[in-house]
Design a protein around this ligand. Structure first.
Ligand code: THU
Length: 138
């Protein structure tokens, strides 16, 4: 994927961020999950007055892809505060590990971005393979 394509997807992610419902934190986040076969799924954070009922942009984007029948992801773009870039929370990292999303693209100021491998964000992750191994002992 070329640099121009990435810039276009970043623009799209910033537009998704504008849709965030974040009246409590005032911290809007947009995410774009890109599948291996080149489909795009949007997610933004959706907060709630009962704070724990809120959900993150990344998980909402992943859920939208799953609901449309897509489980194979290429990467996910995340745009929160560009000055102090938004790295995914621990729960979202775990969900990314579930679907083996290889890397994320974090949007920064001035059309800059950072690509980080999930392996770096969540080393030694707890995976389905571990659970299956334990089950096989029984
Ligand atoms: N948030 C996300 O949507 N994604 C992240 O990676 C970090 C945090 C949301 C959750 C909450 O609505 C707001 O940002 C402040 O924590």
């Amino acid at each position: 994927m070329g640099k121009n394509d990435i810039q276009e997807l970043i623009e799209q992610t910033l537009q998704i961020r504008d849709c965030a419902y974040a009246p409590y934190s005032d911290y809007p986040v947009g995410a774009l999950a890109v599948t291996e076969d080149g489909k795009y799924f949007s997610g933004c954070n959706v907060e709630n007055v009962s704070y724990p009922a809120g959900s993150c942009a990344e998980r909402n984007a992943i859920a939208a892809a799953i609901a449309a029948g897509n489980k194979n992801f290429a990467f996910i773009i995340i745009a929160g505060d560009l000055k102090h870039p938004t790295y995914p929370c621990g729960i979202c990292r775990q969900v990314m590990a579930e679907f083996q999303i290889p890397y994320v693209i974090i949007v920064k100021e001035n059309k800059q971005y950072e690509k980080i491998a999930l392996e770096e964000l969540l080393p030694h992750s707890f995976t389905a393979a571990l659970v299956k191994n334990i089950r096989s002992y029984k």
